[in-house]
Structure formats: C-alpha cells, structure tokens
Design a protein around this ligand. Structure first.
Ligand SMILES: N[C@@H](CCC(=O)N[C@@H](CS)C(=O)NCC(=O)O)C(=O)O
Length: 212
C-alpha cells in the first residue's frame, strides 16, 4: 500500500490517514510530494483523481479523500479497531469525524496547521472563536464519556481526523480548556505524532500562504 502525502509541516489532510496507519501498526510506503506553489501541485494529478493529497493506492485501487481512506482502512483491517467496537459509540465517533471533515471552516482557513511554528497568538475572527468553543465542548464531552486518553478511549479514526486541530489550538494559543490540554498531551505523546512532527520540522519548504 502506498500513501501519497504533501508537506508534513502543512498538509493537515495528509496527517490524518498517516497517523491512523502508524498508530495502528499498518504497514505502508509513504510517498511525499511537496506543494510547489500556493495552489497545490500539478503533479498530484498523476496519482490522485481529485488532484489532492492524501491518496491511498492499494494494488489496483486508488482512494482519495481522507475520511474515505480511513473508512477503507477500517474495512481492510478489521482487527485494528479503527472505529470503536460498540455500535452507538461507533456512530458518535463517525459523527464527530464527519463534523471535522465538513466543518470548522473558520479555524481551518485562518489558522493553518504549521508544525514548525512557534506558539504565538494571532488575532482571530468570531468564526474561529465559535469553532474553538465547539471543539472544546466536543472534546470535553467525548473524554468525559470515554475516560480518555483519546476521544473514544483508544485511538481511533475520530482522533486521526482531529490530530491537526491539536497543532492549531496549540500553536495559535487558542484554548486554555483543560480537556484540550489533556487531549493535546495524549496526542503529542503518540510515537506516530512525534515521528511526523520531527520530519515536518526538518522540511525545507515554506508556503507563505500557510504562514499565518
Ligand atoms: N477533502 C479532502 C481535502 C484534501 C486537500 O485539500 N488536500 C490539500 C493538502 S492538505 C491539497 O491537496 N491541496 C492541493 C490543491 O488543492 O491543489 C480530504 O479530506 O482529503
């Protein structure tokens, strides 16, 4: 299996399936194709029907869209518990993963993931503040119900979807909620997170549009 990803410093969508596969011990070959301009990279079209990363290639099958990749991995590796076992808990995990995939536009557009950026607050709009408040409520509720350390207990696809948000809330100093601190600690202690962050910091590429 090959996972095509973009710059580790900036490509939040790429981080999602990458961290899920690493955290769950799924073997894959990583193919990093960096963004060469603000509009992405025309080379992405060579392996991705949408022209975007991440894209997973498994034999003859090509899957794009981060959440579809995570769903495929769950089907392909049922023993890896990429979604919670219990049907009701799994439904909630899917709801929060979908909420992340389709929402939080204010936070996503104004506070790009940037693994190498030093912690520093920036002026943000009400849209970002509303996104952060919703994330605090969501993480707090999930952690209280599951007992942590991840949203539904053990790391699952919902955590993969929120992994880049951990960086955003921290690097732009957006929250001092205790649930955010606890979840950030759990995420950043994952060997997979540490491996990604280390590689991201060592990258040479700067994308000015993502340097908020
Ligand atoms: N909805 C897609 C979003 C993918 C996406 O926007 N990826 C960015 C990199 S993080 C990209 O490939 N941008 C290049 C472009 O838009 O041309 C997913 O969930 O995978």
């Amino acid at each position: 299996m090959r996972l095509f990803i973009g710059n580790k410093n900036y490509s939040s969508w790429s981080l999602r399936p990458w961290i899920a596969m690493k955290a769950k011990g799924i073997e894959f070959e990583e193919v990093l194709v960096p963004f060469d301009d603000e509009g992405g990279n025309p080379e992405f079209r060579e392996f991705s029907p949408s022209g975007k990363v991440p894209t997973l290639v498994d034999g003859d099958l090509t899957i794009w869209e981060s959440l579809a990749i995570l769903e495929y991995l769950s089907d392909r590796f049922p023993d890896k518990a990429l979604w919670p076992q219990d049907i009701a808990v799994r439904a909630r995990a899917r709801a929060v993963a979908n909420e992340m995939h389709g929402g939080f536009g204010g936070l996503r557009s104004q506070c790009p993931m940037n693994m190498r950026r030093k912690v520093r607050a920036i002026g943000v709009t009400g849209a970002v503040r509303r996104d952060v408040a919703r994330i605090e409520t969501l993480w707090d509720g999930c952690l209280a119900a599951s007992g942590g350390p991840f949203l539904f207990g053990e790391f699952c696809n919902a955590d993969a979807m929120f992994a880049p948000v951990v960086n955003r809330l921290e690097t732009y100093a957006l929250s001092d909620h205790e649930a955010v601190a606890a979840y950030t600690g759990a995420m950043k202690a994952l060997p997979a997170w540490i491996e990604w962050e280390r590689a991201a910091i060592a990258e040479p590429w700067i994308v000015p549009a993502d340097e908020a």
